[in-house]
Design a protein around this ligand. Sequence first.
Ligand SMILES: [Zn+2]
Length: 421
Amino acid sequence: MTRKDINLYSPRTRVPESPRRPDSRPVLHRARLVVPISQPAIEDGAVVVADGTILDVGPFQLLRRQWLGAPARDHHETALLPALVNTHAHLDLSGLAGEIQPKGSMAEWIRGLLAVREQLDQDHLQQARALALEFLPTFGTGIVGDIISSGVFSGGLPNDMVITQTFVEVFGLHNQSLEVAIEQLPPAARSLLADGEESVSLAAHAPYTTSASLLKQIKEWGKAGGKVISVHAAESEEEIHFLHSGVGPLRDLLEERGHEPDKWKPPGCGAVTYLNRLGFLDPLTLCVHVVQVSREEVDLLQSSGAGVCLCPRSNLFIGHGLPPVQDFLSAQICCSLGTDSLASNTDLNLFEEMTVLMEQCSVSPDVVLAMATLNGARNLGLASDYGSLEKGKRWLAIRVTATDGESIVAAGRQGALEWVN
Ligand SMILES: [Zn+2]
């Protein structure tokens, strides 16, 4: 398989060079616009960096006086901003790019996905995964929350430009034990968990595929280790219908796959209400999609402090509509962005997700940029080091050929960006 076979990437992609060794002397990075995210953008701003750490951020003229003798690197007519954070991807599914035609039904889409995946050989899937990871930096993405849900992942990351937070996904409608669920995982995923890396956590697949007991144990496991737990929640009407009634297209799919849905007792409520009842929602929970929620459930998310990952293009692709983004913003819920997989999206470009939210949900450029950076880092538990250009954080930044918020998103979408660290 060549790059041409996987043709669903940005038309103007450039694979960045390997990162250079960080300069131990302070250097002033000057640009027409510095966008720290944590504070308003600074015209003719600068970021002082040494050893890969941000020492200062502010107006260039002021910093030049304060950091006498420090060399300046001029990024000219560009905007400097933190690297983007994609909080929900399934790199394992990259080999399915362009293979599944959506029919507006969640069950149909999953059925198609499973049928295609079962036909593809492991080599193809592994190469596609590696390519997807290699191309992420060309979209300005420096951090990805990746769901490991199949046997594709073989360990080892081919690209040190991307920081990966891995969520090993478990499910089982009748599985009452987390230990057993982990034992049933593919060996590579199991050994990832066994290594106990800080960057590895668990994901529960969804409330309609994971038993109440398993959901509770996954949450307890996360709490004990101070780890963010990811869960697909309230993605489709079919999911909510099944949770309420135990019937419908998802029941039929579970039956086909041998999961015995008739032996499972539906909670009789929406996905967010159910997760809340189980004690699953807290600031270390990342709910992905959250399209089908009531006003009360938005309040539940808000009071629990759980984060929400929006995947608008995936939702539109499968035919679920868009989440109530303005309600989330009014409730000050921490919303980040995810592309989901290439089985339900055309590329892994977060600037495209931002564009959909700006054009179809009236979200401002400043807000979508915060979702794609600082909120993403918060939702993955990485905000102490990443997500904004702030003193003390790591220097993981891109420059975009643009000088205001709206043109930043447009330029990023076109691939007019470069890495500066
Ligand atoms: Zn997903």
